[in-house]
Design a protein around this ligand. Sequence first.
Ligand code: GLA
Length: 389
Amino acid sequence: MRESKAVDLLRERFGPGPKPVVARAPGRVNLIGEHTDYNEGYVLPFAIDRYTEVALRPRIDRTIHVYTAAVDETFSTHLPLRTTKRQGGWADYLIGVLWTFSQAISLPHGFDGAIWGNVPLGAGLSSSASLEVAFAVALVRLYGLEVDGLELVKLCQRAEADFVGVPCGIMDQYAAYFGEAGKALFLDTRALRHKTVPLQLQGTAFIIVDSGVRRALASSGYAARRRECEEATRWLARKFPGRGIRALRDVDQEMLEGVREEMPGTLWKRVRHVVEENARVLAMIEALEKGNPEEVGYLLCSSHASLRDLFEVSIPEIDFLVDWGVKHGAMGARLVGGGFGGATLHLVPSEREEEYVMGIGSAYRARFGRDAKVIGVGTGPGAKKWHHG
Ligand code: GLA
């Protein structure tokens, strides 16, 4: 890596020392396939051109110091890790990854480290997964470990689910590691295999508009939806014994129609979202292959309506941004990520991008009295491509 802000920071903070290892991992945007990953379904994320970079260099003792520019703080601990308590901040992602690593192997020495990144925090672009994956790749390089890519992804997901306490699926960490520039990843979260889908929609741009709303409900609401999906799976497995229902992935439209009157209404709506969202992922791949932005836009809007009305994870601020977009020239827009706040994804004609960005910002301010942050995103390589070409 030719230039590295994390290496500069490391030297600035900790002075001269041995040559550091450096790792990078990007954030992601999920084009479609929301709340399907923990139901063993399909997702279609792409890695973005913003990333987190981690530089680490060995120490002779067993102390760990890691400075992060984003919050201007240094986290310190020592090996073997004794405290496994959450601190409630960014360091939890590091402790989570370290903890998961140190359960499998003994880490012989400590390190000094620095983190730099330009993935906006908390904007639904998965800055957390990019930090986990970059840190995990850096640890692998620092200690010279043999860890297969998929194992590393699973380890990062476990760190977030078991340690940080967000029971997330595998999409974000997977995209941060396996993403490729110019392509979306069609990931089957049951098989844990992906195909790449070229992302070329001539004359269009993807824009992220962050509502700025961060709700404590985000993680509890997410966990509640997960529980509802598990409950619905048990209900349907009892109803259709012998049909091999292990996850909502195994449910089809026909089964769903058959239990409309009988199944508890809320659970029915959740399942309908998941079944149709999986189908929309497949339709999206076709639309991309045909290079048809109108069709892509239509699918984005259908996904949003489903997240709002069936899965019920939207909020008024997010609905406003999506509706405004559709009324003002976007081909499509939707909530991205887990919901209950966060950001929206808009597909707009490139030549109208500037006017669109100004318009949506002032409309949002007029309606809610706060600023929406607009972020233009392109695709970028995942950690694997950065490091192995
Ligand atoms: C969050 C989780 C993902 C996924 C999405 C919803 O981003 O980390 O695993 O479940 O929400 O699609």
